[in-house]
Design a protein around this ligand. Structure first.
Ligand SMILES: O=C(O)CCC(=O)C(=O)O
Ligand SMILES: [Mn+2]
Length: 216
Protein backbone atom coordinates (compact mmCIF):
# COMPACT_ATOMS: atom_id res chain seq x y z
CA UNK A 1 0.00 0.00 0.00
CA UNK A 2 2.84 2.39 0.80
CA UNK A 3 4.13 2.03 -2.74
CA UNK A 4 0.70 2.70 -4.28
CA UNK A 5 0.22 5.70 -2.05
CA UNK A 6 3.43 7.38 -3.08
CA UNK A 7 3.15 6.33 -6.73
CA UNK A 8 0.32 8.85 -6.99
CA UNK A 9 2.23 11.68 -5.41
CA UNK A 10 2.74 14.74 -7.61
CA UNK A 11 5.09 17.47 -6.46
CA UNK A 12 3.50 19.71 -3.83
CA UNK A 13 2.69 23.30 -4.78
CA UNK A 14 3.08 26.18 -2.36
CA UNK A 15 -0.02 28.28 -3.03
CA UNK A 16 1.13 30.94 -0.55
CA UNK A 17 3.95 30.92 2.02
CA UNK A 18 3.19 27.93 4.28
CA UNK A 19 0.06 26.94 2.35
CA UNK A 20 0.86 23.72 0.52
CA UNK A 21 -1.30 21.69 -1.86
CA UNK A 22 -0.29 18.05 -2.41
CA UNK A 23 -2.41 16.96 -5.35
CA UNK A 24 -3.43 13.32 -5.36
CA UNK A 25 -1.48 12.45 -2.23
CA UNK A 26 -3.92 9.60 -1.63
CA UNK A 27 -4.41 7.38 -4.65
CA UNK A 28 -7.72 5.66 -5.43
CA UNK A 29 -7.16 2.65 -3.20
CA UNK A 30 -6.01 4.76 -0.25
CA UNK A 31 -9.06 7.03 -0.72
CA UNK A 32 -11.31 3.96 -0.70
CA UNK A 33 -9.74 2.65 2.53
CA UNK A 34 -10.00 6.03 4.21
CA UNK A 35 -13.63 6.51 3.09
CA UNK A 36 -14.47 3.06 4.49
CA UNK A 37 -12.78 3.95 7.77
CA UNK A 38 -14.79 7.16 8.00
CA UNK A 39 -18.03 5.26 7.32
CA UNK A 40 -17.13 2.81 10.11
CA UNK A 41 -16.30 5.56 12.55
CA UNK A 42 -19.50 7.46 11.69
CA UNK A 43 -21.50 4.38 12.63
CA UNK A 44 -20.26 4.74 16.22
CA UNK A 45 -19.58 8.52 16.30
CA UNK A 46 -22.55 9.64 14.22
CA UNK A 47 -22.72 12.74 12.04
CA UNK A 48 -24.45 15.65 13.76
CA UNK A 49 -25.25 19.16 12.60
CA UNK A 50 -23.44 21.79 14.66
CA UNK A 51 -24.91 25.21 15.42
CA UNK A 52 -23.38 28.65 15.34
CA UNK A 53 -22.48 30.20 18.69
CA UNK A 54 -25.10 32.69 19.98
CA UNK A 55 -27.47 32.59 16.97
CA UNK A 56 -27.91 28.80 17.08
CA UNK A 57 -28.09 28.80 13.26
CA UNK A 58 -27.38 25.28 11.95
CA UNK A 59 -24.24 24.68 9.87
CA UNK A 60 -24.77 23.44 6.32
CA UNK A 61 -22.07 20.80 6.89
CA UNK A 62 -22.48 17.82 9.18
CA UNK A 63 -19.62 16.89 11.47
CA UNK A 64 -18.06 14.19 13.54
CA UNK A 65 -14.53 13.83 14.90
CA UNK A 66 -11.86 11.32 15.76
CA UNK A 67 -8.82 11.63 18.02
CA UNK A 68 -8.60 12.37 21.72
CA UNK A 69 -10.32 15.74 21.24
CA UNK A 70 -13.06 16.82 18.87
CA UNK A 71 -14.00 20.31 17.72
CA UNK A 72 -17.60 21.19 18.46
CA UNK A 73 -19.75 24.28 18.01
CA UNK A 74 -23.06 25.02 19.68
CA UNK A 75 -24.94 27.94 21.11
CA UNK A 76 -22.34 28.19 23.92
CA UNK A 77 -19.36 28.62 21.56
CA UNK A 78 -16.56 26.73 19.83
CA UNK A 79 -14.41 24.31 21.80
CA UNK A 80 -12.52 21.02 21.81
CA UNK A 81 -13.91 18.22 23.95
CA UNK A 82 -13.15 14.52 24.52
CA UNK A 83 -16.74 13.29 24.13
CA UNK A 84 -19.23 13.21 21.25
CA UNK A 85 -21.88 15.89 21.99
CA UNK A 86 -24.81 13.58 21.14
CA UNK A 87 -23.72 10.11 22.31
CA UNK A 88 -21.48 11.24 25.19
CA UNK A 89 -18.93 8.62 24.08
CA UNK A 90 -15.20 9.19 23.46
CA UNK A 91 -14.17 9.80 19.85
CA UNK A 92 -12.63 6.92 17.89
CA UNK A 93 -8.89 6.88 17.09
CA UNK A 94 -7.64 8.79 14.04
CA UNK A 95 -7.29 6.41 11.04
CA UNK A 96 -3.69 5.37 10.31
CA UNK A 97 -3.85 6.69 6.75
CA UNK A 98 -4.76 10.15 7.98
CA UNK A 99 -1.86 9.98 10.48
CA UNK A 100 0.40 9.20 7.54
CA UNK A 101 -0.46 12.55 5.94
CA UNK A 102 0.34 14.26 9.24
CA UNK A 103 3.68 12.42 9.39
CA UNK A 104 4.59 13.52 5.88
CA UNK A 105 3.46 17.15 6.03
CA UNK A 106 3.34 18.44 9.61
CA UNK A 107 7.08 18.65 10.42
CA UNK A 108 5.85 18.47 14.01
CA UNK A 109 7.22 16.06 16.63
CA UNK A 110 3.87 15.05 18.17
CA UNK A 111 0.80 13.39 16.67
CA UNK A 112 -2.42 15.31 16.06
CA UNK A 113 -4.92 15.32 18.92
CA UNK A 114 -7.99 16.19 16.89
CA UNK A 115 -9.37 15.26 13.53
CA UNK A 116 -12.51 17.14 12.58
CA UNK A 117 -14.50 15.32 9.91
CA UNK A 118 -16.87 17.42 7.78
CA UNK A 119 -19.50 16.09 5.43
CA UNK A 120 -20.66 18.37 2.61
CA UNK A 121 -23.88 17.50 0.82
CA UNK A 122 -24.63 19.13 -2.54
CA UNK A 123 -25.63 22.47 -1.01
CA UNK A 124 -23.15 22.67 1.85
CA UNK A 125 -20.44 25.28 2.14
CA UNK A 126 -18.16 26.73 4.79
CA UNK A 127 -17.76 30.47 5.24
CA UNK A 128 -14.39 32.21 5.37
CA UNK A 129 -12.81 31.60 8.79
CA UNK A 130 -9.53 31.02 10.63
CA UNK A 131 -8.68 27.84 12.52
CA UNK A 132 -7.79 29.61 15.73
CA UNK A 133 -9.18 27.57 18.65
CA UNK A 134 -5.91 25.69 19.16
CA UNK A 135 -3.26 26.45 21.76
CA UNK A 136 -0.23 25.89 19.53
CA UNK A 137 0.07 27.54 16.16
CA UNK A 138 3.52 26.09 15.53
CA UNK A 139 1.76 22.90 14.39
CA UNK A 140 0.03 23.15 11.01
CA UNK A 141 -3.48 22.08 10.10
CA UNK A 142 -3.37 19.16 7.64
CA UNK A 143 -6.54 18.81 5.59
CA UNK A 144 -7.61 15.82 3.45
CA UNK A 145 -10.30 15.91 0.74
CA UNK A 146 -12.41 12.87 -0.24
CA UNK A 147 -15.30 12.60 -2.69
CA UNK A 148 -16.75 15.44 -4.74
CA UNK A 149 -14.58 18.36 -5.78
CA UNK A 150 -14.73 21.62 -3.86
CA UNK A 151 -13.94 25.26 -4.50
CA UNK A 152 -11.54 26.15 -1.67
CA UNK A 153 -10.95 29.85 -1.01
CA UNK A 154 -7.92 31.13 0.88
CA UNK A 155 -6.62 34.55 1.82
CA UNK A 156 -4.33 36.16 4.39
CA UNK A 157 -4.32 36.78 8.13
CA UNK A 158 -7.07 39.40 7.92
CA UNK A 159 -10.59 38.80 6.72
CA UNK A 160 -10.29 41.75 4.34
CA UNK A 161 -7.12 40.43 2.63
CA UNK A 162 -7.53 39.43 -1.04
CA UNK A 163 -8.45 35.80 -1.63
CA UNK A 164 -7.80 33.22 -4.34
CA UNK A 165 -9.53 29.93 -5.06
CA UNK A 166 -8.41 26.45 -5.97
CA UNK A 167 -10.48 23.41 -6.88
CA UNK A 168 -9.73 20.53 -4.49
CA UNK A 169 -10.13 16.94 -5.67
CA UNK A 170 -10.50 13.64 -3.88
CA UNK A 171 -7.14 12.55 -2.48
CA UNK A 172 -5.67 16.07 -2.26
CA UNK A 173 -4.01 17.30 0.92
CA UNK A 174 -3.79 20.97 1.96
CA UNK A 175 -1.40 22.12 4.67
CA UNK A 176 -1.97 25.41 6.50
CA UNK A 177 1.32 26.05 8.24
CA UNK A 178 3.93 28.68 9.04
CA UNK A 179 2.77 32.15 7.94
CA UNK A 180 -0.48 30.61 6.61
CA UNK A 181 -1.40 28.77 9.80
CA UNK A 182 -4.06 31.37 10.55
CA UNK A 183 -4.90 32.27 6.96
CA UNK A 184 -8.60 32.82 6.32
CA UNK A 185 -10.10 30.00 4.28
CA UNK A 186 -13.44 28.43 3.41
CA UNK A 187 -15.34 26.31 0.92
CA UNK A 188 -17.59 28.23 -1.48
CA UNK A 189 -19.26 25.20 -2.99
CA UNK A 190 -18.85 21.59 -3.92
CA UNK A 191 -19.34 20.14 -7.40
CA UNK A 192 -21.88 17.30 -7.10
CA UNK A 193 -21.26 14.26 -9.28
CA UNK A 194 -17.51 14.83 -9.71
CA UNK A 195 -16.50 11.71 -7.73
CA UNK A 196 -17.89 8.24 -7.25
CA UNK A 197 -15.97 7.59 -4.04
CA UNK A 198 -18.79 8.21 -1.59
CA UNK A 199 -22.03 6.32 -1.87
CA UNK A 200 -24.74 8.91 -2.39
CA UNK A 201 -22.17 11.55 -3.35
CA UNK A 202 -20.91 14.50 -1.35
CA UNK A 203 -17.55 15.44 0.07
CA UNK A 204 -15.69 14.53 3.24
CA UNK A 205 -12.92 16.69 4.62
CA UNK A 206 -10.66 15.71 7.49
CA UNK A 207 -8.59 18.30 9.31
CA UNK A 208 -5.85 17.11 11.62
CA UNK A 209 -4.92 19.51 14.39
CA UNK A 210 -2.74 19.85 17.43
CA UNK A 211 -4.83 21.42 20.20
CA UNK A 212 -2.39 21.94 23.07
CA UNK A 213 1.23 23.08 23.03
CA UNK A 214 4.25 20.80 23.39
CA UNK A 215 4.53 21.25 27.14
CA UNK A 216 0.81 20.86 27.90
O1 LIG B 1 -13.52 21.43 3.90
C1 LIG B 1 -12.44 22.01 3.79
O2 LIG B 1 -11.69 21.87 2.82
C2 LIG B 1 -12.02 22.98 4.87
C3 LIG B 1 -12.61 22.66 6.23
C4 LIG B 1 -12.21 23.64 7.26
O3 LIG B 1 -11.67 24.68 6.97
C5 LIG B 1 -12.47 23.36 8.68
O4 LIG B 1 -13.09 22.35 9.02
O5 LIG B 1 -12.05 24.17 9.52
MN1 LIG C 1 -10.81 25.68 8.74
Amino acid sequence: MTKDLFAALEPSVELAPGLVLARGFFDGSAQRLLADEIAALASVSPWYRPRMPRSGKPFSVEMTNCGTLGWVSDIGGYRYQPLHPVTGEPWRPIPALALRAWGVFSAYPLPPQACLVNFYGAEARMGLHQDADEGDFSAPVVSISLGDEALFRYGGQNRSDPTRSVRLRSGDVIVLGGPSRRAFHGVDRIFPGTSELLQGGGRINLTLRRVTGRGQ
